[in-house]
Design a binder for this molecule. Sequence first.
Ligand code: BJW
Length: 308
Amino acid sequence: KSVVPAADLQSFTEYLAGCKRIVALLGAGISASSGLPTFRGAGGLWRSHDATSLATPEAFDETPGLVWQFYSYRRHMALQAGPNKAHYALAELSRRNEDFITLSQNVDGLSQRANHPSKQLYLLHGTLFTVKCTNFYCNYSEDNYTDPIVPALEIPKKSSGLNPSATDKTGKEASKAITEALDETSTEVDISDASNPIATVNTKDLPQCPECKDGLLRPGVVWFGEPLPEKTLKAVDKWIAAGPIDLCLVIGTSARIWPAAGYVHEARSQGARVAVCNMDPNDTPGELHYGDWFFQGDAGVIVPEILK
Ligand code: BJW
């Protein structure tokens, strides 16, 4: 049974069928359906820090160990997660319509893992799986999926819970106690929860540049105050300039971060109709509430349904 009101679904799908040039703006909410936390609202805290306060060059300068722990954890979580039906539906729409582009603010690699055609996918905020040197004279960067990227960033395991009395047991009872204890050993500590202590990581144990041998590596994401990738912006501008946009999909984003959010306004000012999919009707800028369609709910359920 559909979770989308029938009238909305019908008017949207009728309009979609006649659309040529479509742009989608994706945010963390699409990957929330895959179990990854968002930035603001629920899930926006990492230990005692507002997640966005760690996404700055200043935070990296001051506490590189903490910022790397945050990103190493995010890399680990993203690798454990998989794309959901919304990522696949968007990849499928790209294959059906070469005039459809996706602008993703997400750095988790899930669209790529859903085989989203790369020519139609623009990563506005970079990716967790590129690392680059922080030395201003060194241009080193590499794709890197190693988890953990260095041993010091390994996520601690929960203590085994083996106690002397377990070893006092015999036969079945003992093997059950040991199996349970071993299972527990393989469970990682949730280091995003500040009540679980974690050791400070020394700068010398963080990822170092193999080229200049003099700089720390950092995640290849775009932090506050940093410019978005120039090539990406140029390519998006070229696409926008190529003709009027019919439809703008705004999926799982609070659309508060610029210049990403600006694309929705730009599309609308060109006459595009706007469809928003968000769990929370109050978490998109006011003007989007009066978007042409507002689909409230989990992107992982709604998006495949409306793009069917
Ligand atoms: C669900 C769901 C489910 C949950 N289903 N929905 C005006 C113009 C230009 C810039 C600015 C400007 N005003 C201010 C600026 C500066 C700044 C900015 O925007 N600040 C704001 C606070 C206003 N912008 C910048 O600094 C940018 N750079 C820049 O402007 O450079 C200029 C420059 C030029 C030349 C030289 C130097 C500089 C850079 C912005 C980079 C943002 N980076 C981050 C971190 C990336 C790395 C990382 O991942 O750690 O990007 S911050 C963070 O926010 C991350 C996200 O991509 C981004 C957007 O967040 P998103 O995805 O919307 O997440 P949430 O949590 O906010 O929303 C999730 C939504 O999903 C919610 O609505 C939920 O309800 C919903 N949801 N579950 C459907 N299951």
